[in-house]
Design a protein around this ligand. Structure first.
Ligand code: SF4
Length: 288
């Protein structure tokens, strides 16, 4: 059965994708990753380079851009029976590139997704979004005719202590997630249809901001969707937790408009008072 948290994450991804598609199509503008996310992508590339060292005879298609060229090159590379980096496939209007696919003894292929996060001690603690990523990949690759055996995550081995040159075999931990990915597979077609619905929209859908805007990742449309907030918004409440959401639900956006009957701790009350009066807060104890 689908868990509450996984439903929430799916809502986020679908909103994210539908609205991003609608935004891109209707404004002809692309959502650029934030500096923060660009740094994470860069870190991912570095880990990806280490992962490639595990397959020294691997064929790297990473330089090929667009859709058709990498797909054609993948078909050629598949015949060589060697690991392939950035193999590309299309199926049912979907396009996916694999970090690594590796041929198996029985003529099938393993999919390896490289992530720059640490391998958890318990496989149950793996991020659901990683598994969704692999389920989507498997859906596309099998749809395109690839015989897939297992799905793996290649994560950083948190127990590895470097001594001398980095040993990629020790640096990276391969986690078999085949069963969990296969369990997600039946849900992929419906999600794909939902996302394709976003491509067919003539207008950017109206989607209210919610906690899903930062789950599982900060959405690239955050600046656009959250632009209605004033500079001193209730989301600046110190240690606000769920309070900004409660206030937003009541239509209260500015800190100075927080009603007197709204439950605040001492620091938050001081913060609201400062915004209302425009006067700085003075810690009387620190003053003495
Ligand atoms: S910022 Fe939030 S509301 Fe806007 S597209 Fe992203 S997830 Fe949806």
């Amino acid at each position: 059965m689908e868990s509450r948290s996984s439903r929430k994450r799916n809502t986020s991804l679908v909103c994210n994708v539908r609205k991003r598609c609608g935004f891109t199509i209707t404004t002809k503008r692309c959502c650029r990753p934030s500096t923060h996310h660009a740094a994470i992508f860069e870190q991912g590339h570095t880990v990806g380079d280490w992962a490639k060292k595990l397959f020294p005879r691997g064929i790297d298609l990473g330089r090929l851009t667009g859709f058709e060229k990498p797909v054609r090159a993948t078909h050629t590379a598949l015949r060589k029976g060697r690991a392939i980096f950035e193999a590309s496939f299309t199926y049912n209007s979907c396009f996916s590139r694999a970090d690594i696919i590796v041929p198996t003894e029985d003529g099938r292929w393993d999919i390896i997704e490289v992530k720059s996060s640490g391998a958890p001690d318990d496989i149950g603690d793996l991020r659901e979004v990683y598994l969704q990523d692999l389920a989507f990949q498997r859906y596309v690759y099998e749809g395109a005719g690839l015989l897939v055996r297992n799905s793996y995550l290649l994560l950083l081995n948190k127990k590895y202590l470097r001594s001398g040159v980095i040993d990629p075999q020790q640096l990276l931990a391969r986690v078999d997630v085949t069963d969990r990915v296969n369990a997600l597979l039946p849900r992929v077609p419906a999600k794909v249809e939902e996302m394709r619905g976003g491509l067919a929209l003539s207008q950017c859908p109206e989607v209210k901001v919610s906690r899903h805007c930062s789950t599982p990742y900060d959405c690239a449309l955050t600046d656009a969707c959250w632009s209605f907030l004033p500079q001193s918004s209730v989301f600046n409440l110190r240690d606000g937790r769920s309070k900004p959401w409660d206030l937003l639900a009541r239509g209260i956006l500015r800190i100075e408009d927080v009603p007197a009957d709204f439950s605040l701790n001492a620091q938050q009350s001081s913060q609201v008072a400062c915004h209302r009066t425009g006067l700085p807060y003075m810690d009387q104890h620190a003053k003495q």
